[in-house]
Design a protein around this ligand. Structure first.
Ligand code: CMX
Ligand code: CO
Length: 165
């Protein structure tokens, strides 16, 4: 099919829609990759110092940045891995989204942060494609970044953070 040849990563649903004339093939997919790099893999933990020690002792990974992000009720430790980070995250208060996650699921992968060149522009594209977003407009993240979250139920079961440095 034409769309498959143009973009092998397109999903079957869109291919079907294009074939049935519901989607304009020229507008059906982002024309160039919007995600430029994995910024961070975020892991929720109950005990931040213990997790930092574990990563250092096991992998030799060291903390490059520590920050309390009040707006999200979290404390983070960023450990560099090549051009990306592991973001160890722990809640700083009971109403933090990470506190709720830990209570329900226990420690583990919480979200993936993808680097983008223009967070506002990518967020608009994500919304235009019908995905549920958690931030209507970009907002400040840690390290002076600009971020926006996409709901996990809306895209492949993974909480996504768009990160503009
Ligand atoms: N990954 C995948 N699925 C998740 C999830 C996650 N991190 N968090 C919740 N879910 C799922 C739940 O399993 C649940 O699914 P079911 O309905 O099938 O049981 C559903 O989403 C609703 O979950 P919930 O426990 O009721 O949680 P809420 O809806 O209250 O909150 C979310 C979930 C994603 C809306 C909330 O965590 C949020 O707004 N997150 C964005 C902000 C954030 O995470 N900040 C912390 C990090 C800050 C940083 O990185 O700097
Ligand atoms: Co994050």
């Amino acid at each position: 099919m034409a769309l498959e040849a143009k973009n092998p990563y397109e999903n079957a649903d869109l291919v079907d829609k294009e074939a049935s004339g519901q989607l304009d093939p020229e507008e059906s997919a982002a024309t160039e990759p919007l995600l430029t790099e994995i910024d961070h893999i975020a892991i929720a933990v109950d005990d931040l110092p213990a997790a930092i020690d574990e990563y250092r002792d096991t992998f030799g990974a060291v903390v490059e940045h520590r920050e309390v992000v009040d707006s999200d009720g979290v404390e983070e430790a960023l450990l560099r891995v090549a051009d990306s980070y592991v973001q160890l995250l722990t809640p700083t208060r009971d109403d933090s989204p990470v506190a709720k996650y830990l209570a329900k699921k226990g420690p583990g992968l919480h979200h993936v942060g993808y680097r983008v060149d223009d967070c506002a522009a990518v967020l608009e594209q994500v919304k235009a494609r019908g995905h549920k977003v958690l931030d209507e407009t970009p907002r400040p993240g840690s390290r002076g970044t600009t971020v926006a979250f996409i709901h996990p139920k809306s895209i492949a079961g993974t909480l996504i953070e768009l990160v503009q440095e």
